[in-house]
Design a protein around this ligand. Structure first.
Ligand code: ADP
Ligand code: MG
Length: 409
């Protein structure tokens, strides 16, 4: 798979005075401040983007940052303006950051022309232009060639978007000398260690709610991991496949056969699929209207009037033991509805065990990374927390990531 054969920033040569377009992932969660303005609730992605931007600026480049925010509908929408994010970037860089109020229009052209060597500008949300995410190569390509006029080179550093074939991620690399930024390089390096001769035992923990998305990864991991621990909303489709009733738990009926097939193949391929033996249930999904009434039941005896919202204490302890015994661990997806404290213990047990691994421990996935922070863990206690959930899963699935493949032409 692409990765190590991809050009890095050094390959772009002397950058002094050159305009370098950088695709960063600045897609941070926002809420509304008391004064009505937008407020960043977690600036992790901005912080992760700083080293590459700083490195380019220190090399004397005129740095032009491209990024998206949220899912605007291909037209300007003030609710998704990158302006507050550009301001935060300036604070973190400790220098003024210019802001263009459009992507390829007059403001962008003037802002870029006004940069001195070592200065940084941010373009407005690239998704304000319908060309960014268009499914049509020509429409995307036309937007990319407009963007390319603003730079002399391109650096791809938005790991959270490299699995997307989008104008500022993919098509632009067809127009300019291109390289992989330090953040993408670091992410790819970790993923390579997971897929190329990982130290054993290699344990993968999967959970969360995007069940059908994640079942594809299992297929690929069957031949690689030694143990697969299943928690979160995925559990119930597996339990159903074993013939158990799951009440009103999250269930993907059309995936029951797939899960049954995995369980059968696990025996043949020598991978151990570990399911919880106990589950925390309640009679309703947590909401503000009602105190949770958590109850621990055996995994094969979920009452018809209940739904599973976390793995039980016995399973939490067993999962933690398996994680601690590993030399390589990849974890994606919370074990339960951790946003409600009554259903956070399984996730906490797994996260705690990851911090105790003697070897490589990797957390991937937006909600998993958020869980680690919400539950008060020190991020430095983990080997690596990935900024891109979808991208890391697709890599592990064995899918080629277009935003990386395009750099190794
Ligand atoms: P990630 O972003 O880490 O890839 P997902 O987006 O797949 O993870 O899933 C995260 C969500 O899964 C969390 O909001 C959590 O509340 C939910 N979840 C975990 N366990 C369950 C469950 N048993 N039933 C319903 N939702 C669950
Ligand atoms: Mg998620």
């Amino acid at each position: 798979m692409a990765g190590h054969d991809v050009a890095d920033i050094d390959s772009l040569g002397d950058l002094r005075g050159k305009r370098v377009l950088v695709r960063s992932d600045l897609n941070v969660p926002l809420d509304t401040a008391p004064d009505g303005g937008a407020r960043i609730t977690d600036d992790g992605r901005v912080r992760a983007s700083v080293p590459t931007i700083r490195r380019l600026a220190e090399a004397g480049a005129r740095v032009v940052v491209m990024a998206h925010l949220g899912r605007p509908k291909g037209e300007p929408d003030p609710a998704y303006s990158l302006r507050p994010v550009a301001a935060r970037l300036g604070e973190l860089l400790g220098s003024d950051v210019a802001f263009a109020t459009d992507t390829v229009g007059e403001s962008a052209t003037e802002t870029v022309a006004g940069l001195d060597d070592g200065q940084v500008a941010v373009l407005e949300n690239v998704r304000f232009n319908p060309g960014e995410t268009s499914k049509e190569d020509e429409i995307r390509g036309a937007f990319a060639s407009e963007l390319a006029k603003l730079g002399d080179a391109f650096v791809s550093d938005g790991f959270g978007v490299v699995h997307r074939k989008q104008a500022s991620v993919y098509d632009i690399a067809l127009h300019l000398p291109s390289a992989m930024g330090g953040l993408v390089a670091a992410e790819v390096d970790v993923l390579r260690r997971l897929t190329h001769d990982p130290e054993r035992p290699y344990v993968v923990v999967l959970g969360g709610s995007k069940v059908s998305d994640k079942l594809g990864v299992i297929d690929n991991l069957m031949g690689q991991a030694d143990r697969l621990l299943i928690g979160g909303g995925m559990v119930f489709t597996f339990l159903k496949a074993q013939g158990h009733e799951v009440g009103s738990s999250l269930l993907e009926d059309d995936q029951v056969d797939t899960c049954r097939d995995y369980l059968a193949r696990a025996d043949e391929t020598g991978v151990e699929i570990v399911l919880p033996t106990d589950v925390v249930v309640d009679t309703a999904f947590p909401s503000g209207d009602r105190e949770p009434q958590p109850r621990v039941v055996a995994a094969d005896a979920i009452p018809a009037d209940s739904l599973g919202l976390d793995i039980g204490p016995e399973s939490g302890a067993a999962f933690a033991d398996a994680v601690r015994a590993a030399r390589t661990v990849f974890w994606n997806g919370p074990m339960g509805v951790f946003e409600t404290p009554a259903f956070a213990d399984g996730t906490r047990a797994v996260a705690q065990a990851l911090t105790e691994v003697d070897g490589l421990s990797v957390v991937g996935g937006g909600d998993s990374a958020a869980a680690v922070r919400t539950l008060g863990f020190d991020e430095a206690a983990f080997g690596h927390i990935s900024t891109g959930g979808g991208a890391s899963l697709e890599y592990l699935e064995g899918t080629e990531l277009p935003g990386i493949a395009v750099l190794s032409r």
